[in-house]
Design a protein around this ligand. Structure first.
Ligand code: ZN
Length: 272
């Protein structure tokens, strides 16, 4: 590879970092994670995934100190995603696959896995309205809790014209179906010693395996802030992956059109 093409290749690499479960109940953990990520990645702040009414007990209230903080994070450059409404899965899953996903892939947190199209649309819309009223800006998109989407959630994303969503394996535009990035997200699970051990091992493998990938996603959660091992693994992962790969914004995957709306064409399509 020539020096010039190598340079172009490096320039096109992106590191997308997100902090999940932004809610008043986790304020101190979110502060610590933003600081931690910033120390490794520099001045571009991480994307924030905001839960408007976490577990129906930690509401974000317009005019509150937390709402003011959310606006400051947004003003400082964080992309803000709607991340469910309560984050809690209260659906009665009829299908065997959904029952397995709800039980194995999350601890009752897959709120949008079993919702009807109407309920999903209502909660997505309410979350978007609340957050946009607080920040004064459009949200970047919607990301379902635990990255789990049912048929109703997929339909509601299109109904509401969200331009970005992601799951464990891809980032896509729900309005057009265009896939903007492929590849596993690196994340940590701290709710049991076994899951923590597995996620530490996975992060160690993935940060090496993905070192040449164009777009790499790293996602951290409030529980990580309480685990010394998870924090060390996050630091190591960001240190390795940020070499030659500037931290980027999800919006960089789909640059805006001249009219200011998000692009409807796949600006970046990852090779399979
Ligand atoms: Zn979450």
């Amino acid at each position: 590879m020539s020096g010039k093409s190598l340079s172009n290749s490096l320039n096109s690499r992106r590191l997308l970092v997100s902090v999940h479960d932004v809610a008043p109940v986790f304020e101190s953990e979110i502060d610590r994670l933003i600081e931690r990520v910033g120390a490794a990645c520099g001045p571009l702040p991480p994307a924030l995934l905001v839960v408007p009414h976490h577990w129906a007990s930690s509401p974000i209230v317009h005019g509150s100190a937390f709402a003011a903080k959310l606006r400051r994070w947004s003003d400082a450059g964080s992309e803000i995603f709607v991340h469910g409404w309560t984050h809690r899965d209260e659906s009665d899953h009829g299908g065997r696959l959904d029952r397995w996903r709800a039980a194995r892939m999350t601890a009752g947190e897959g709120e949008f896995l079993g919702l009807s199209r109407e309920v999903a649309r209502e909660r997505m819309g309410a979350g978007r309205d609340l957050i946009e009223d607080i920040t004064g800006k459009h949200v970047a998109g919607f990301i379902a809790p635990a990255w789990l989407y049912g048929d109703g959630a997929h339909a509601a994303l299109k109904d509401l014209d969200f331009r970005l969503a992601e799951d464990h394996l891809r980032v896509w535009n729900p309005s057009t179906g265009a896939v903007h990035a492929k590849g596993p997200v690196i994340t940590w699970a701290t709710r049991s010693r076994v899951r923590l051990g597995l996620s530490l091992a996975a992060a160690s493998v993935l940060r090496r395996a993905l070192v040449r990938a164009r777009t790499v996603r790293v996602a951290v959660h409030p529980g990580d802030a309480h685990s010394r091992a998870a924090c060390a693994s996050i630091d190591a992962t960001l240190r390795v992956l940020s070499r030659g790969r500037p931290p980027a914004r999800y919006a960089d995957l789909a640059p805006p059109c001249q009219d200011g709306a998000a692009s409807v064409r796949p600006a970046v399509v990852e090779p399979a």
